[in-house]
Design a protein around this ligand. Structure first.
Ligand code: CP
Length: 311
């Protein structure tokens, strides 16, 4: 693997899931692979799970890890030909090359503005690092994708699947803030390759990018969509069409124990209790959110392992 910026960088989802599960069984098997190699993690936005699980994964492989919160560094300029007489102090062209001298792999987290759809879809920060860095790049959640989360989710579903064909539902949930589409996008892209019976349920107006959902079944009736589900992945996202807007705050879409039936409850975390999902779900055996978060380490570790093997 050269880079991991999208689910599309995975050649075989089933093979990488199997490898991640093997790594989970013996996490220190490759503890020499990353010796004298350095992972630099750059955070333009906050993180709990991604930061700690990726650091843990790198250390399991024997790597050194350096972390930089970008708000503590120089304000970066991304525009080619910019006259830098305003607030930016350093151009990405220098910054990415400089960081590449300290790193064998660079991981980047950079969320969208949720104001300018066209600009967000250009993935300027992530793609600038891909263009100007001289080492592999890992996406730790960008404007439109969260492939490390999706890989951990795929692992979790594979581990917990009890029958051959699973019904998986992605169910929109209310949230007071406008949230990005990245988790939902990567989950959809991943699940389309997993060979499960999949549908998405959300209120009208919350359609995701049709280039991502393609011909996935969309059901505006949450109760009908959830019928006989084995896994229910709950996530809020803001409107894609009316970009970045919160159209409704309908509490009826919150996930409840009654709606969940016998399904497993999935969420990437962090989650707002009793807004997105009621306590009774999160506090039940049906919730697998802690397992998902645990699998973040092994998803990151299999990605780092494959990139290290390709250096
Ligand atoms: N799920 C996830 O990416 O969590 P963090 O934002 O805490 O990294």
């Amino acid at each position: 693997m050269k880079n991991y910026t999208s689910i599309k960088d995975i050649s075989s989802l089933s093979d990488i899931i199997k490898e991640a599960i093997l790594i989970k069984m013996n996490p220190f098997e490759y503890s020499e692979l990353g010796k004298n190699k350095t992972l630099v993690m750059l955070f333009f936005n906050s993180s709990l799970r991604t930061r700690l699980s990726t650091e843990k994964a790198a250390k399991n492989l024997g790597m050194n890890v350096m972390i930089l919160n970008i708000d503590k560094a120089w304000n970066l300029e991304f525009e080619d030909g910019a006259i830098m007489n305003m607030s930016t102090s350093e151009h990405i062209k220098e910054a990415a090359k400089v960081i590449s001298q300290y790193a064998d792999i660079i991981a980047v987290r950079a969320f969208p503005s949720l104001v300018d759809k066209a600009k967000d879809e250009l993935e300027i920060i992530l793609n600038s690092f891909r263009s100007y860095a001289t080492v592999p790049i890992i996406n730790m959640e960008s404007s439109t994708a969260h492939p490390l989360q999706a890989l951990a989710d795929a692992m979790t579903i594979s581990e917990l699947s009890k029958k051959k064909t699973q019904k998986v539902v992605l169910s929109w949930a209310p949230h007071p803030k406008a949230l990005p589409h990245a988790v939902a996008n990567s989950f959809v892209t991943m699940i389309q390759q997993l060979g499960v019976n999949f549908e998405i349920t959300h209120p009208e107006g919350y359609e995701l990018n049709p280039e991502i959902t393609k011909n996935t079944r969309i059901n505006y009736n949450q109760e009908a969509a959830l019928k006989d589900a084995d896994f229910v992945y709950v996530k809020n996202w803001s409107s894609y069409k009316d970009y970045g807007k919160v159209l409704i705050e309908n509490p009826k879409w919150m996930m409840t124990k009654a709606k969940l039936g016998n399904a497993k409850f999935m969420h990437c975390l962090p989650v707002r209790r009793n807004v997105v999902v009621e306590d009774a779900v999160l506090d039940s055996e049906q919730s697998v959110v802690i397992e998902q978060a645990n699998n973040r380490t092994f998803a990151a570790q299999v990605v780092l392992k494959r990139i290290l093997e390709n250096l």
